[in-house]
Design a protein around this ligand. Structure first.
Ligand code: NAP
Length: 327
């Protein structure tokens, strides 16, 4: 793996993304894809999309035909089968096979259609369970993965190697990025399947609405986590498309973490909840810390713009707007 080599960010002489490019965003209805599509459109690019109802991206032949028809200048691959620990442990076959199929269809299809530029989105779960913190890109494939999402992580690692292989064999400007935990408008607020931040927003909102005296959360509140607003992620993706043409994946994060307790207190404040926050310490905490090293991204001139508290307030306002008036 050349990811073990020091691969500095590279500014290319030729424009990697021309103004007014035609860009296919795969997964445009998802949290990430919708934010990337908004940002690209705001920047004056033409965003091309196709819903899953019309094109199942696991179908390689139909995906290639579609991409040959539209001949995009660039592709952003933000379509994936994603889920929490429960879904990953219950359906490892789908997490492995759906993601491998989507990646094979879209990356090979883009190459067949003559697409010059492609950004593949992975996830920080590709790194070894015990990777040194903050996690550098060079940690990839240096240790055992977290067993609960091994199938998903291995599919994503295959996607990274696929983009690297198209670079090496065909000279394609295909790159990959590994985002940290994301949140923002379009997030999933279903308590069965949501990530920690939207789950906290929902729980504190409902406790505030119902006048509940206490909200009890899992664990001790001491694990540290990093969160990035999805609009900052979208800006980082555009920056990479414009300026990065390297073999190694690039971490996308804000470079700062906080404890789950601090996060819960911030969400309580934003939602106006004034009751107690209890901790059920019989429940597991998970990894003590998960923070990405973002020096490679920072050296490309990217800096997140949305402070966590503001981002949470904006996400809360967005979700309230989605709710029925009685909720
Ligand atoms: N959310 C995070 O915190 C986070 C963090 C790090 C990395 N990422 C990465 O970002 C990427 C996108 O994640 P996300 O959070 O935006 O997920 P998401 O909200 O679930 O969106 C995934 C999108 O993929 C589409 N899709 C799934 N299977 C498809 C298929 N067979 N054919 C066509 N479309 C399909 C979905 O379509 P439907 O709308 O029809 O379901 C949806 O639009 C993933 O690679 C994920 O690993 C996310």
């Amino acid at each position: 793996m050349t990811t073990e080599l020091p691969v500095p960010p590279q500014e290319s002489a030729r424009p990697l993304l021309r103004p007014g490019s035609r860009i296919f965003v795969a997964g445009h209805r998802g949290l990430v894809g919708s934010a990337v599509a908004r940002r690209l459109a705001d920047d004056g690019h033409e965003v091309l999309t196709r819903g899953r109802d019309l094109l199942d991206l696991r179908d390689a032949a139909r995906t290639e035909t579609y991409l040959r028809d539209i001949r995009p200048d660039a592709v952003v691959l933000a379509a994936a089968k994603v889920g929490g620990i429960m879904a990953n442990s219950t359906y490892p076959v789908q997490f492995l096979e759906d993601n491998l199929r989507i990646q094979l269809s879209v990356i090979a299809g883009a190459h067949a259609a003559g697409t010059e530029r492609l950004l593949f989105l992975g996830s920080s779960c590709i790194y070894p369970r015990l990777a040194p913190q903050p996690i550098r890109e060079e940690s990839l494939l240096t240790g055992e993965l977290e067993p609960t999402n091994e199938a998903y992580a291995l599919a994503k690692i295959a996607g990274i190697v696929q983009t690297q292989s198209y670079r090496r064999q065909y000279g394609a400007s295909y790159i990959s990025a590994m985002p940290t935990n994301l949140y923002g408008p379009g997030d999933n607020f279903d308590l069965e399947t949501s990530h920690v931040l939207p789950a906290l927003i929902r729980r504190f909102h409902e406790a505030q609405r119902d006048g509940a005296p206490e909200v009890t959360l899992w664990g001790t509140g001491s694990p540290r986590r990093e969160f990035l607003h999805v609009d900052d992620l979208a800006a980082a993706c555009v920056r990479l498309l414009e300026a990065y043409d390297g073999d190694a994946p690039v971490n996308i994060g804000c470079g700062e973490d906080l404890t789950i307790r601090e996060l819960a207190e911030t969400v309580a404040e934003v939602t106006g909840y004034q009751g107690r926050i209890g901790w059920d310490t019989s429940k597991p905490d998970g990894t003590p810390r998960k923070l990405l090293d973002v020096s490679r991204l920072t050296s490309l001139g990217f800096k997140p713009q949305i402070p966590l508290r503001d981002g949470i307030a904006r996400t809360y306002a967005w979700w309230l707007g989605q709710l029925a008036p009685t909720a």
